[in-house]
Design a protein around this ligand. Structure first.
Ligand code: NDP
Ligand code: MG
Length: 393
């Protein structure tokens, strides 16, 4: 916070699921002032948000949308293109940036914020999956804080706050199991986009909802947790908990286990990250465990949902492998949403891309941008092969 005034906040991906909930948190807070908002192409919505929240600058990644916004909105400044996004981050005098973009497009703004020493509330898990080592090293070098927004990671971050070094044995991420929990692998061949988009407990953007259905979301979260908390993969577990009430567990060296609970509402971790280290009121019901009555847990069906094992293996392989995994997943999910790939095709494409592109060391961010490009090209070919081969609908 600067000079005791409100904290100056830039929200990237303001028109998305996380962005809209973040603006709801901001509207209820005296401690936050939004100085910049961004979207890809939803310029009308973005201009409405800027007007409603008195925001002086917006950025649109899509140049055409940016041109329209500039014509329609003369009360503030409109930046465009990927450079516009970076300028919004570094030139708005922000104390804090919320990165709620989707996909590896979030890496550039993550690097821009941390490189300037600006604290970063990170919903965009793909930044950490793709560039974990470099991103965390950058935060360390500039002293910028990396505050997780992902609910499981926010939970673990809160639980770990007072733990000294050497006391943590294992961390556990909970997974809802998605809409296809309990289905046999063969039954997944013909699921529809509509079924995959019907998440049982969370209402989220399209890409993460499909990731939740394949369990790739939990795979990405394992890699995210590895980088955020510095624990080896064999000390990170996933357990299925269909109610999404417990968000994470920490097993400690003295036999104690800490858990973080609450009704599933992303405004809780968003508010925690935006106000850290303070806590403020969020209008959610107090957890009524007597009404919940029972908390259910079960092991992950790793054979039925291969994405989790693929992610763990890519994380262990390190180098460019998590970047390849992520890029192939983005291409495959996009193809599935477009009706060009069957549901199991998602992991077939990812597995194929990882086989064709061996892990290479990551020396600089350029190695990542290169691996991302290569993996997208390979994945697109694999999607086409599967479609032509008749595996897709
Ligand atoms: P949405 O798809 O709902 O929103 C994405 C936002 O990013 C939109 O504002 C969109 O603009 C913008 N955007 C998309 N692509 C680009 C691009 N290439 N360049 C610039 N801007 C872009 O996503 P979510 O809010 O669901 O998720 C955001 C991130 O948070 C993801 O990484 C997700 O994994 C993570 N997350 C989300 C949770 C949730 O509950 N939704 C929970 C935990 C993590 P436009 O409107 O113009 O398309
Ligand atoms: Mg999560």
């Amino acid at each position: 916070m600067t000079g005791g005034g409100a904290r100056r906040l830039v929200i990237l991906g303001a028109t998305g699921s996380i962005g809209v909930q973040a603006l709801d948190v901001v509207a209820r807070s005296d401690d936050l002032r939004v100085v910049g908002l961004s979207a890809e192409s939803s310029w009308e919505r973005l201009v409405e948000q800027a007007t409603a929240h008195g925001v002086p600058r917006v950025a649109l990644a899509d140049p055409d949308a940016g041109a329209r916004a500039a014509q329609a909105w003369t009360e503030g400044e409109v930046l465009t293109g990927p450079e516009g996004l970076v300028r919004l981050v570094v030139e708005s005098g922000a104390d804090l940036v919320l990165n709620a973009l989707v996909g590896s497009a979030g890496l550039g703004p993550t690097v821009a914020a941390l490189g300037e020493g600006i604290d970063l509330a990170l919903a965009n898990k793909e930044s950490l999956v793709v560039g974990g080592e470099l991103v965390t090293a950058l935060a360390e070098a500039t002293g910028a804080k990396l505050l997780p927004v992902d609910s499981e990671h926010s939970a673990l971050f809160q639980l770990l706050a007072d733990e000294g070094p050497g006391t943590v044995e294992r961390l556990v991420l909970t997974a809802s199991g998605g809409p296809f929990r309990g289905r046999r692998r063969e039954a997944l061949a013909h699921v529809t986009v509509e079924e995959a988009l019907a998440h049982p407990t969370w209402s989220m953007g399209g890409k993460i909802t499909i990731d939740s259905a394949t369990l790739m979301n939990k795979g990405l979260e394992l890699i995210e947790a590895h980088h955020l908390f510095g624990l080896a993969y064999d000390r990170l577990d996933v357990i299925v908990h269909p109610q999404s009430i417990v968000h994470g567990f920490v097993h400690l060296c003295d036999g104690a286990t800490l858990a973080h609970l609450g009704y599933p509402d992303m405004r809780v971790p968003i508010s925690f990250a935006l106000h850290y280290p303070e806590r403020v009121d969020v209008p959610v019901d107090t957890l009524d465990l007597a009404a919940v009555a029972e908390l259910a847990f079960e092991p992950v069906d790793e054979a039925g949902f291969p994405c989790l094992a693929l992610a763990r293996a890519a994380g262990r392989a390190g180098g460019t492998s998590p970047c390849v995994l992520n890029a192939a997943n983005e291409v495959a999910v996009h193809a599935f949403l477009g009706g060009r790939l069957a549901f199991p095709g998602i992991w077939e494409v990812i597995e194929g891309a990882l086989e064709r592109i061996p892990p290479a060391p990551v020396r600089a961010f350029d190695s990542l941008y290169e691996a991302d490009r290569e993996a997208r090209a390979v994945a697109a070919e694999l999607v086409q092969g599967l479609t032509l081969g008749g595996a897709a609908r």
